[in-house]
Design a protein around this ligand. Sequence first.
Ligand SMILES: NC(=O)c1ccc[n+]([C@@H]2O[C@H](COP(=O)([O-])OP(=O)(O)OC[C@H]3O[C@@H](n4cnc5c(N)ncnc54)[C@H](OP(=O)(O)O)[C@@H]3O)[C@@H](O)[C@H]2O)c1
Length: 331
Amino acid sequence: MKNKSHQTMRAVAIDEFGGIEKMKPRELPVPDVAADEILIRVDTAGVAVWDPFEREGGFAKEFGMQPHFPHVLGWDGAGTVEEVGDDVHNLKRGDRVYGINFLGPKGGFYAEYTVIKASNAAMIPPALSTRDAGVLATDGITALDGLDKTLELKAGESILILGASGGIGHLAVQLAKRMKARVLAVASGRDGVEFVKRLGADKVIDGHRDDILKAAYEFAPKGLDAALLMAGGKAAEQALKALRKGGRAAYPEGVPDVPVPDASASKPGDGVKVVSYSGEPNPKTFARLNELIDAGPFEVHIARTFKLEDAAQAHQALNDHYLGKLALVLS
Ligand SMILES: NC(=O)c1ccc[n+]([C@@H]2O[C@H](COP(=O)([O-])OP(=O)(O)OC[C@H]3O[C@@H](n4cnc5c(N)ncnc54)[C@H](OP(=O)(O)O)[C@@H]3O)[C@@H](O)[C@H]2O)c1
């Protein structure tokens, strides 16, 4: 190990898949860096709605991955590059970076140090703090891939963003505005509505109280061009009904209960295309994300922070109503 000053680190890990009680603060070896990887001194780790699924072994089962225990949780984070592998030339020690660790065998971001592929990391946009960037990677890439690659959103088009005050949603609202779309944001709660108004959506409603279909027709009388759905159920059904014929909708894999409309029928809300997708981190998408963020004021919202040792409390808090994201802070 060339520059690494510590051989062990504080981490929160599990020895087997299961409930919150399996999460334990531990002292573990700092992972080694392969040629295409970087070692990050973690400042902030995102706590995401899918982390409990990882903790319970859902992803390992879904992707047929062999678990390596003790397993350090956490897909998302940001910090400072401590060491780079021999083949990494675009990042150097001391750079502020954010990135994604998708179930890597060397463990995730709930630790003082983590190792990720350099291609899954990017420099933090200058206007963002390292703290805020800690919750940006997966939700930012997923928001952008949904709007750009999947929906192919064009300037001037109307889009409904459901779950607009959540992790992906609050980023998607700002990115869609940067892409010059007209945004109808469906947020959660009165606090969610106030929050998303501040982010620049053209119209914001509360998806738990307001009539989504009525608001959508007022916003786009001929039907909406597109919808990005971060929630399912009745609200998603209403959103799909508000699409024009030929309109398109997308939702990230994992969103439960998204209804499938009848593509052959002819009334509004039918004849629409609904696809699921997954965010795919790669240097090109990170570059586009950073470019859009750099184009003006951009807010990455952390509702609550927790100490690393309190990661179990953070998982509990995922069940509460909150805006944006939760995070663990290590510095
Ligand atoms: N496949 C991928 O690449 C990928 C990547 C990231 C995330 N995901 C999935 O994408 C989904 C969203 O992720 P996220 O990080 O954005 O989660 P999140 O922060 O929980 O966002 C969902 C938001 O929807 C809100 N919501 C639920 N019902 C609503 C309604 N009727 N009206 C308005 N808002 C409503 C929730 O608020 P309340 O709970 O307060 O109602 C919450 O703020 C999750 O299922 C996640 O697993 C997939």
